[in-house]
Design a protein around this ligand. Structure first.
Ligand SMILES: [Zn+2]
Length: 750
């Protein structure tokens, strides 16, 4: 079984990236390098993310991509050509110099967005206007003044409103936008108008003006393609799907945010040069049936894979790689609209489906996946599909799993990263003979959920339990009688059964209080046979790896950890990052490598533990108690009654202390640990609310605060107790863990 391949963070940043499934650098190439030799053919039957073929080709493979969305194909072709910044700038300069009336096009379009700077009074371009959905006028304008340096959001002027009014009076741009669509049937027309509603008048007018002027430019076919790329960015930046708040929104539906941005489209046109010229070097790209060189390259086919089969002999392969995209109504509908604007109605013919697919539910998606994957079987039985499905949701996973099974594939392996809801799967040709009796669903799912939680040793969230349940089902039998008749009821059946199980308070206990399933997690009522918490096992493995090898490259380290905990136990990236932050430091001798912090070497930590023990004795002395024991160290009060148990550790693993404390008559358990472990422990408790609940009975004392305490000559019992009670660790309040740190010394030691 191939373990999860983490790749490197962050994911590729591509033009129109917010509509694409995120793909992390290194995942595709690492998969290919571990399974096949360079120069081999790879098939990307979905063509859903241009980063996939680009990375594979750069790694020395030849990739056949089928891509029936001309917008995605354009992105791939231009990025493969890797135009230099200067080349795109020269096209833009030609465009800027076109005449609109007496004016240069650039100043004409900039003029549509110009306004008086409140700082210096000069008329300057506005970066953006901010709107509230449904209102007739913007509520703010964003200015970064090139003249006086003024920068901020300011009230809108009446002259700004006049400009908008003037544009709204002309209907030219809307007539143009509709005429580019040509003849549409009723349903298509409806969808096209919905898409058009995503544009404010001025945005549409700018797009219309820029595109119609650009048509008069005399360019080579290659440069024309690059021009189209820039125009595509303008079409995207011109929609009202840009949220004002900072979060990176990933629109799936044509729905205008409550507060949205109207961009200055000339400025966005100039800015887009950066991302289109971001590729390191060109990649050979051919159009089927022309083939790229053996050293690596991309062969693109704009049709469907079905029409290419059987593949020519030279193109035989056993490697299929696919990034499943989420069903994205916004992207497909806008793609059709943009294709019509950029290329006119001829190209739209191939994209009409963008206007047809109005019901993007799991059932539609499952059929689409089946239709894409089933023709591959004509290549024979000797291949596998390495598939990625980032940003998983229940219905998305259901369509992938059911669509794959209906196409005639078995899901051979699954790796799932719970914190990102990211899944990597391998499908191989082959069907399962037995159909699952869906009547027994509840009993089956209950066992799956119990097994998973016992193995994980930690609560799991809904999408994780759903993914475990569904993949186990799919791996054990068929979910339907006839692949052509997928039941729309399937989703209700599975989610209903899982919901009932999770509502059974004799079986599981819920944590978290959010109204969203994603904010809740579940743990077993009967957990006596469970493993140690997964995150603790990951921490121990992490430390073991540094005992084996002193210095690690970060991607190798993460890959190694993922290989140790495959399947549904795949370590989360956030936990990995917390381990890195807590334990490691950059290796000065090797860039990109990390090693344990000097203070986390075994020797210095052993010294810390000895030191802590001495300090406890000293502080105990201040309070007049007797100290006893190695670890835990006990403080004994009058009558030799054990009052406090101090558990000394250099890690963030507290479960053994909790177990011991439960068995012990001592009431006060205090974990004495390095301050550098606090962030890691908080991250664990944040993920594991079951543990966080139990951890409520412990106190936490950092080495360095213990040291501070020990330097004092006076400490009253009341003050000590008082402060420890206030120092209860609560993951939800990270402040509290550093309580002792932030407390004014005078308050504690009086
Ligand atoms: Zn100014």
């Amino acid at each position: 079984m191939t373990p999860y391949i983490p790749g490197t963070q962050p994911p590729y940043d591509l033009p129109l990236g917010r509509f694409l499934s995120p793909l992390r650098p290194g995942v595709i190439s690492q998969w290919l390098q571990s399974t096949t030799t360079r120069g081999t053919w790879i098939i990307d039957p979905l063509g859903s993310n241009p980063a996939l073929p680009l990375e594979a080709a750069r790694a020395g493979y030849r990739v056949l991509v089928t891509c029936n969305n001309p917008i995605l194909a354009l992105i791939l072709e231009v990025l493969a050509a890797g135009p230099k910044k200067e080349m795109l700038q020269s096209i833009l300069a030609d465009l800027a110099g076109m005449k609109k009336g007496e004016e240069r096009l650039e100043s004409y379009v900039q003029g549509l967005y110009s306004s008086e700077c409140p700082g210096c009074g000069k008329v300057v371009p506005v970066q953006a206007f901010l709107w509230k959905k449904g209102e007739k006028v913007p509520y703010k304008r964003r200015i970064r003044c090139g003249k006086c340096g003024g920068d901020g959001e300011f009230d809108v002027l009446s002259s700004d409103l006049q400009k908008i009014e003037t544009i709204e009076k002309t209907s030219l741009h809307r007539a143009w936008a509709l005429s580019r669509l040509g003849e549409l049937d009723k349903e298509e027309d409806h969808a096209a108008k919905d898409a058009l509603d995503m544009y404010l008048s001025r945005s549409l007018y700018s797009i219309f003006t820029i595109i119609t002027k650009s048509e008069a430019l005399d360019l080579t076919p290659e440069k024309k393609k690059w021009l189209y790329a820039l125009l595509l960015s303008v079409c995207d930046e011109g929609s009202s799907l840009w949220q004002v708040s900072g979060s990176r929104s990933r629109p799936l539906k044509l729905s205008i945010p409550g507060n949205f941005i109207e961009n200055n489209l000339w400025e966005k046109l100039e800015e887009s040069i950066g991302i289109w010229s971001s590729q390191p070097e060109p990649i050979p790209l051919t159009h089927f049936p022309d083939l790229p060189p053996e050293a690596g390259g991309i062969c693109i086919s704009h049709g469907r894979l079905r029409s290419l089969l059987p593949l020519p002999d030279g193109l035989r392969t056993d490697q299929v790689v696919a990034v499943f995209p989420r069903a994205n109504q916004a992207f497909w509908t806008l793609s059709a609209l943009w294709a019509s604007w950029i290329w006119g109605r001829k190209t739209l013919q191939s994209m009409r489906s963008g206007f047809e697919r109005q019901h993007y539910d799991w059932h539609w998606h499952a059929h689409a996946i089946r239709n894409t994957l089933s023709p591959l079987l004509r290549m024979g039985k000797d291949f596998r599909i390495f598939s990625l499905a980032p940003e998983l949701t229940q219905s998305f996973l259901l369509s992938v799993m059911v669509g794959g099974q209906a196409a005639g594939y078995r899901c051979e392996s699954v790796n799932f990263r719970a914190d990102e809801a990211d899944i990597q799967m391998q499908f191989v040709p082959g069907e399962l003979p037995d159909e699952i009796k869906l009547g027994d669903l509840k009993a089956i799912l209950r066992n799956i959920v119990r097994d998973h939680l016992l193995k994980k040793g930690e609560p799991a969230n809904y999408i994780e339990l759903y993914a475990v349940s569904l993949t186990s089902l799919v791996q054990s039998g068929r979910l339907f009688k006839d692949p052509l008749e997928l039941s729309t009821e399937l989703q209700k059946l599975i989610e209903g059964a899982l919901g009932e199980i999770l509502d059974d308070r004799d079986f599981v206990k819920p944590y978290g209080s959010g109204s969203f399933e994603s904010q809740r997690s579940w743990w077993l009522m009967d957990d006596k046979d469970c493993e140690d918490p997964l995150s603790d096992r990951i921490e121990l493995k992490f430390l073991e790896l540094f005992r084996q090898t002193e210095s690690w490259s970060v991607p190798n380290l993460e890959t190694k950890l993922c290989a140790t905990f495959p399947g549904f136990l795949t370590p989360g990236h956030i936990l990995f990052q917390a381990l890195l932050d807590s334990y490691t430091t950059a290796d000065p001798t090797q860039p990109g490598f990390v090693k344990l912090r000097p203070e986390d070497n075994d020797d210095s930590r052993n010294a810390d533990l000895l030191e802590a023990k001495k300090k406890l004795q000293k502080v105990g002395g201040l309070l007049g108690v007797t100290t006893e024991g190695e670890n835990p160290v006990f403080w004994l009060k009058a009558g030799n009654k054990k009052e406090y148990a101090f558990y000394l550790t250099t890690q963030s693993i507290i479960v053994p202390f909790l177990r011991e404390l439960t068995r012990s008559p001592v009431k006060n358990g205090i974990v004495v640990f390095p301050g550098g472990r606090a962030g890691l422990l908080e991250e664990k408790l944040h993920r594991n609310l079951h543990l966080a609940e139990a951890a409520g009975q412990l106190h936490f004392l950092k080495f360095r605060h213990l040291k501070e305490l020990s330097t004092f000559t006076k400490l009253t019992q009341d003050k000590w107790t008082d402060q420890l009670d206030k120092d209860q660790l609560q993951w939800s309040s990270p402040r509290q863990i550093s309580m002792l740190e932030s407390m004014p010394d005078s308050d504690l030691y009086t």
